[in-house]
Design a binder for this molecule. Structure first.
Ligand code: HEM
Length: 326
């Protein structure tokens, strides 16, 4: 569960600038949440992005290899309980699950550590981010907000896309899955593992299902509006769902700063362990309101990389949380 003090500190950090008086001077994390509210509308009690979701529970068991990379307690021998939230993209709580706007789908995992603290990962089905920086993400959202269906051509969005080829390239990597259990999710931002010997290794996360099943557009359009949200609890009644949690290891020279540039596919992958989801949460709608997953909520042995987007995400998620829990 999220600690209110931490949220207050993060929001305070994001908003603490005595010179801030005009909206365009607000910190980028606040500008982004404002743009999300503009594009998706404000829906009381819901997240500014990834508004529609479903919560489940399970456990994580580390592989023997994981401890060689990171001294983090979740990579020790003991199993740790987890809370998982799967979600649709956008801040629209009633978006049909089969809509292409619901891509990328999200997965957020809270590992409950033995000392009572949590560490989180917040990942989605994009292979890489559509833009390289938080400022460009704000500009992309602003371009979307300024491109309603009746906008003059070329629209602001068309102009933005034509000068940022990573936008269409990233969106070409996503599709609607037939189940949240049959999707692969990626960390996109780099983190740094530190092991007991003090050795440091930059990594990007991958959460790999038993199989990936994607629907084509026509199949996705035929699905009922809540098919993904309803399928997961139904599936869990039949048995658990497992994912292999993996770390892609950076090689010398790989950029850890730019989330729009994936590392080559031949980089070493280390299996960190198996995530087993075995129970839907019965009061999922209530539970998700109180949950806050933060990409920067880390534990000893896992550190942020030099990717400045992680701090911006921390600030933005806390601002969204404080708006949805006023
Ligand atoms: C500058 C970049 C980004 C910004 C500003 C941003 C902003 C946000 C915000 C405001 C929320 C709602 C948080 C809440 O109310 O709890 C959110 C949710 C989410 N974002 Fe991001 N995001 C960014 C990048 C990413 C990336 C790179 C990923 C995937 C690797 C991602 C995956 C998710 C997921 C899965 C959720 C739902 C979390 C949950 O279930 O509580 N986001 N994002």
């Amino acid at each position: 569960m999220m600690n209110r003090k931490l949220v207050a500190a993060l929001v305070g950090f994001a908003l603490a600038s005595p010179a801030v008086t005009r909206a365009q001077d607000a910190p980028v994390e606040e500008q982004i949440v404002n743009q999300m509210n503009k594009v998706f509308g404000v829906h009381a009690g819901f997240r500014a992005n990834h508004a529609k979701g479903v919560v489940a529970e399970g456990k994580f068991k580390a592989s023997p290899e994981a401890a060689g990379l990171s001294k983090a307690v979740l990579f020790g021998a003991a199993e740790v309980p987890v809370t998982v939230r799967f979600s649709n993209s956008t801040g629209v709580p009633k978006l049909p699950d089969g809509s292409s706007d619901a891509n990328p789908h999200g997965m957020a995992v809270k590992f409950h550590l033995p000392d009572g603290s949590d560490t989180d990962i917040v990942i989605n089905s994009l292979r890489f981010f559509p833009v390289a920086t938080s400022e460009e993400f704000r500009d992309l959202l602003a371009a979307i907000a300024q491109s309603p269906p009746d906008a003059a051509k070329p629209t602001k969005l068309e102009q933005f896309v034509s000068s940022h080829p990573t936008v269409p390239a990233a969106s070409a990597t996503v599709a609607t899955p037939d189940s949240f259990a049959n999707e692969a999710y990626f960390g996109i931002n780099a983190f740094v593992f530190v092991n007991k010997a003090g050795e440091r290794q930059a990594v990007r996360y991958q959460m790999i299902p038993e199989k990936v099943v994607h629907l084509d557009k026509a199949e996705a359009a035929k699905k009922t509006p809540d098919f993904l949200m309803e399928e997961l609890p139904a599936r869990l009644k039949q048995g658990p769902v497992t994912f292999r949690f993996k770390a892609q290891l950076a090689a010398a020279g790989d950029s850890t700063k730019d989330p729009s540039t994936p590392w080559p596919d031949d980089r070493k992958l280390v299996e960190l362990g198996v995530l087993t989801i075995d129970k839907a949460v019965t009061n999922s709608d209530e539970a998700q309101k109180k949950l806050l997953f933060l990409p920067g909520q880390l534990t000893d042995g896992i550190e942020q990389s030099d990717d400045s987007m992680i701090d911006v995400r921390n600030g933005a998620y806390a601002i969204s949380f404080s708006r949805r829990n006023p």
